[in-house]
Write a protein of this length. Structure first.
Length: 144
C-alpha cells in the first residue's frame, strides 16, 4: 500500500480547498444579507474592499440616510459621520502607492489625519462620487 500516503496527502489538500470555498461562499451570503438590511435605510449601498496596507477585506459600504457612512462585514461594523470626514478622494492608487486593478477605483476618506481606502468598481465609484463628491480639507462640504 505505498499509494496510501500520497492519496492521503491529496485528500487533505482537497478537503482544505473545499473548506476554503465553503467559507468564501458563506462570506458572500453574509455580505448579501448586510446589503439587504442596509438598502432600506441608505441612500447608496455597494460592495467594496477595505484596504489596510496590502490586505483587502470585503465589506458592504453604505451611505446612510442619517448622514453617516457605514462599512460592515460579519466581523466589522464601523461608521463615520459625514461631519467628521475631512477629505474625500477618488484615486487609482491606494494610500501606499499601489495601483488598483483595472476597472476599479479607490474611495479615500480622511478623518482626523487617518486615511481609509475602499476599493470600488468604476461603476460604483461613479455613483459614490455623485452622492459624496470629492473635496479637500478646508473646503466647504457640498450638500450631500
Amino acid at each position: 500500500m505505498p499509494w496510501l500516503g500520497p492519496l492521503t496527502a491529496v485528500g487533505i489538500v482537497v478537503l482544505a480547498v473545499l473548506v476554503w470555498l465553503l467559507f468564501r461562499v458563506l462570506r458572500q451570503d453574509q455580505l448579501a444579507a448586510i446589503m439587504t438590511k442596509r438598502k432600506g435605510s441608505s441612500k447608496l449601498v455597494s460592495r467594496a474592499s477595505y484596504t489596510g496596507g496590502m490586505e483587502a477585506i470585503p465589506v458592504v459600504l453604505s451611505l446612510g440616510n442619517d448622514d453617516a457612512i457605514y462599512y460592515e462585514n460579519p466581523d466589522v461594523s464601523a461608521s463615520f459621520e459625514l461631519g467628521h470626514i475631512d477629505e474625500v478622494e477618488y484615486d487609482d492608487e491606494n494610500a501606499t502607492g499601489h495601483s488598483v486593478a483595472a476597472g476599479c477605483r479607490i474611495l479615500r476618506l480622511r478623518s482626523h489625519g487617518h486615511a481609509f481606502d475602499f476599493i470600488l468598481t468604476d461603476a460604483d465609484a461613479r455613483q459614490w462620487s455623485g452622492s459624496l463628491p470629492q473635496r479637500r480639507a478646508g473646503e466647504a462640504a457640498a450638500a450631500m
